[in-house]
Structure formats: C-alpha cells, structure tokens
Design a binder for this molecule. Structure first.
Ligand SMILES: [Zn+2]
Length: 348
C-alpha cells in the first residue's frame, strides 16, 4: 500500500508541487488577461459612446458657462457643426455665446448666428438678426449683403433693391446686383404680360450686357423669334444648353449659318450638315458619329467664381453668392429621349 503514497521528503513530491504551481499560475494569468482585455473593450466602448450622441442644449449651456474652452474654440466648433449641416447645434452654441461670451465679440457672433439661420433656411430669424446688427451699426456691409440675400430668398425684390442704396454709399459696386434684382422683379411680376417682360428684360440686357443666361433663357422660352433677333451670338457657348434643347422649328438658320460655333452645335445635333469637325471635343465626337449612335450632350454647371459644380443651371451661386457665374460643362451621355421615341415608333 505504501508504494502508492509519496513521502514528503521524496524528490518526486517536490517536482509534482513545482509543476502544479506552474499550472495554477498559468491558469490564473490566462483568465486575468482575458478579463482585463474585456474590461479594456468596455472602457473603449464607453469612451466612444459619448461621441455617438451630441451634447444636449443643457449640457452645452453648462460646458460654455464653465469656461473650460476659449470662446474661439467654441466659435470654431460652431462653424464645424454648421459646415457639416448640423445647424441646430451651431445655432445653440452661438446663442449661448451671445449670453455669456465676451461683449467685444457680440456683433461678430450675432452676424455668424444670422448667417447660420440664413443657411438653415430660417429667413425671418436671419432678417431680424441682420436688422438688429444694422440698427446698432448701419455701416456694416456684410450684414447689408446678407439682408439683401434674405429678401431675395423671400422673393421680396423691392426690399432687396432698397438695400442697394446703402451698399452703394459704402462704395460697393452694385451694377450687377441692381440689374439682377430688377430682372427678377420683372420676371416675377404678376402685372406685366410675357411680351412686356421680354422688352423690359431686353432693356436691362442692352444697358449692362450682363445676365445673358437669365434673360435669354426666358425670352427663348416665351418668344424665340425676338430672342434670335436680339441674341448676341458671341454668348452662344454660355447658353449652349438652351440652344441645344430649342425646338427645330424655332431656330433661325440664317443666324446659325453665319456663326462657326452654332454651325458645329446644330451639326452635332443632327439638324444640319454644315461642319465636319469641331474644336470642342464633345461636339467633334457627335459630328463624327453622325447620329449613328444613341448619344447626346449632357450638362453640368460650374460656378466660374468658386468652381463648385451643380447639376442645374443657376443665376446666383448658392455657395459663393456670385451672380451670372454659371458655366455649362459638356459631356456625352446616352440619349434616353431617342430610346423612348424609337420604342414608341415600334408600336405604331
Ligand atoms: Zn460660386
């Protein structure tokens, strides 16, 4: 029996105890590490969770009044919120800063709040803010500019035109703004007939030689005959999308035949065969395709001032607010209209 039991002084007993200790230590160290890793993840999750939701208005109030961040940091944060489209948070920060911030920055913060209201589409609030700035500081061109934009968005063109006077007194060039707002006033008039609008718009165009797209887009739609008679062919590239989609029966081929660009444009369209090539790549491809492929021109619009691209033509850039800076960018696209008309013909 004794052979099954080890004596304490047996060297084998020491070795067994040694290996047992190693096993116990390894076992505990393994589980401890696993537990620690899990805790780390939990901590990281907890840390990241606070960024999933934005601070509430009350939290923001506490943060700002505590003064742990400088006013400049808050302004940068509000600007970042506005840029990412979170106008609500941006407005909350500006509103709190106006209550507790440095009074020396009051007007600037108020202006930024007005701008954010404008970008968010709260036009009436923006209007009140810019009026408040101008009440205390009437010679603030930035506030006047934005007040003009607010009235324009509100379609109150008469009020917008009134803003031009103080802007002119501040030595700002208001020629384009004046022509543009007067053209909008005519276009949106309920009293004027379309014919009267055409002649009043032509007056504005002849006086300034600006706003060709805004004015001729309307005249080509309402009275193509008058449009061709008064059209300055040097502006053809500017109005390429309007000319491209004009009805064949409304075209004045006497004028078209006298201008190289128009000959190329309408050869590419397939209405005439008066050009064999073009220096404009897209027109050159379409001329050489000779209507054999199902292709047409596609348009995008780039602002010549800030270079932002838009899918639709615009008269005032919504990014930089410049007027008459829309330039059409051509591309060759599939002609869905041709597809559709061919499908319809096959049923006949
Ligand atoms: Zn622009």
């Amino acid at each position: 029996m004794n052979t099954f039991f080890l004596e304490f002084d047996d060297p084998l007993f020491g070795i067994i105890i040694f290996f047992l200790l190693i096993f116990v230590i390894t076992f505990f160290s393994y589980w401890y590490n696993r537990f620690k890793k899990k805790e780390d993840y939990r901590h990281l999750d907890k840390f990241l969770k606070q960024f999933h939701s934005l601070p509430s208005q009350d939290e923001l109030k506490v943060f700002i009044t505590k003064g742990e961040l400088s006013e400049k940091s808050w302004l940068l944060l509000a600007n970042a919120y506005a840029k990412s489209g979170n106008y609500e948070k941006s407005i909350e920060i500006y509103s709190e800063l106006l209550k507790v911030g440095d009074k020396a920055n009051y007007r600037d913060t108020l202006f930024l709040l007005g701008k954010t209201y404008f970008r968010a589409g709260f036009l009436e609030r923006a209007r009140q803010i810019f009026l408040e700035i101008l009440k205390a500081n009437p010679r603030t061109p930035q506030a006047l500019n934005y007040l003009l934009l607010v009235y324009e968005q509100m379609r109150d063109y008469k009020q917008a035109i009134e803003i031009l006077e103080p802007l002119g007194e501040l030595k700002k060039d208001i020629t384009t703004e004046s022509a543009y707002l007067n053209a909008l006033l005519i276009l949106n008039s309920l009293k004027l007939s379309p014919e009267a609008k055409v002649y009043e718009l032509l007056e504005i165009y002849k006086k300034n030689n600006q706003l060709a797209y805004l004015i001729f887009e309307y005249i080509f739609r309402v009275n193509p005959k008058v449009a061709w008679e008064n059209f300055d062919v040097s502006k053809s590239e500017l109005l390429v999308d309007i000319l491209w989609s004009a009805n064949k029966k409304d075209l004045n081929f006497d004028i078209i035949m006298q201008n190289g660009y128009l000959r190329e444009l309408y050869t590419a369209k397939g209405y005439i065969k008066e050009a064999t090539k073009s220096s404009v790549f897209e027109l050159d491809v379409l001329i050489n395709l000779d209507s054999k492929a199902n292709a047409t021109l596609g348009f995008e619009y780039i602002c010549s001032s800030c270079k932002v691209v838009f899918p639709f033509a615009f008269h005032r850039c919504s990014n930089c607010h410049a007027i008459d800076t829309s330039r059409a960018e051509l591309s060759i696209v599939k002609d869905y209209h041709k597809d559709f008309s061919e499908e319809n013909n096959s049923f006949q």
